[in-house]
Write a protein that binds this ligand. Structure first.
Ligand SMILES: C[S@@+](CC[C@H](N)C(=O)[O-])C[C@H]1O[C@@H](n2cnc3c(N)ncnc32)[C@H](O)[C@@H]1O
Length: 209
């Protein structure tokens, strides 16, 4: 594969440990708070693209959504399956080993009320292609919603300046295409919020927040 190789996600230990850190819990809770505000009034069908072990998918399932989890890592999906069993969510969850870049081959158009894609497009060579796929499988009823979470350039600048106390690094992140992620020490794409907004609109998604 390419520079943004997703093979790193065959190893699950570091990601699982990260979910238990304060930073990891904050990411989940803040992402969930933002999404909850925009969920459709009635529960329906949801898709989690690049679900990992399913932390967001299970919150949707607990609310009553029927959730499809899609991931390219069978190791992540195996853990997600175990967790669904232990949380008694198996009836409301199904698991697909597959690529978020091929959503239109995997699912019928306009089939989901909620589509979640959290911290996934920063690992893709063509993020816009993934966003187009999200738009393709989303219902067009004015109520359905896509939630996209990415690595924000300005968050990374602050992280370099404050957490790493490295002003040279902070300055370079202002214009860099990628940064080294702390989890696997490999490159990951960073996004300017304004660029992401434009990309989402080009994919046919109306940005509401
Ligand atoms: C950083 S983890 C995020 C997991 C989860 N979305 C979350 O927010 O906790 C990225 C996940 O996306 C998966 N992934 C990366 N590229 C993918 C692709 N093209 N299609 C489907 N899954 C992908 C990886 O295997 C990994 O499980």
């Amino acid at each position: 594969m390419t520079q943004l190789d997703t093979a790193r996600f065959q190893s699950t230990d570091r990601y699982i440990a990260y979910l238990e850190t304060t930073e990891g819990k904050l990411r989940l809770d803040l992402g969930w708070m933002n999404l909850r505000e925009f969920l459709p009034a009635t529960t329906g069908r949801a898709l989690d693209v690049g679900s990992g072990t399913g932390p967001f998918a299970f919150r949707l399932a607990e609310l009553g959504f029927t959730v499809d989890l899609l991931d390219t890592s069978d190791a992540m999906l195996a853990i997600a399956r175990e967790q669904a069993d232990s949380r008694e969510l198996s009836r409301r969850t199904s698991f697909h080993l597959g690529d978020g870049r091929s959503l239109s081959d995997l699912f019928e158009p306009a089939s989901f009320d909620v589509v979640v894609c959290h911290n996934v497009i920063e690992y893709q060579d063509e993020p816009l292609a993934v966003l187009r796929g999200l738009a393709h499988v989303l219902k067009k009823d004015g109520e359905s919603v896509v939630s996209v979470l990415v690595r924000n350039r300005y968050g990374e600048v602050l992280k370099a300046a404050i957490k790493s106390n490295d002003s040279t690094l902070a300055e370079s992140v202002l214009t860099a295409d990628t940064v080294l992620e702390s989890l696997y020490g490999e490159p990951v794409r960073v996004f300017d919020p304004a660029d992401l907004r434009i990309m989402m609109e080009r994919a046919g998604l109306q940005v509401v927040a």
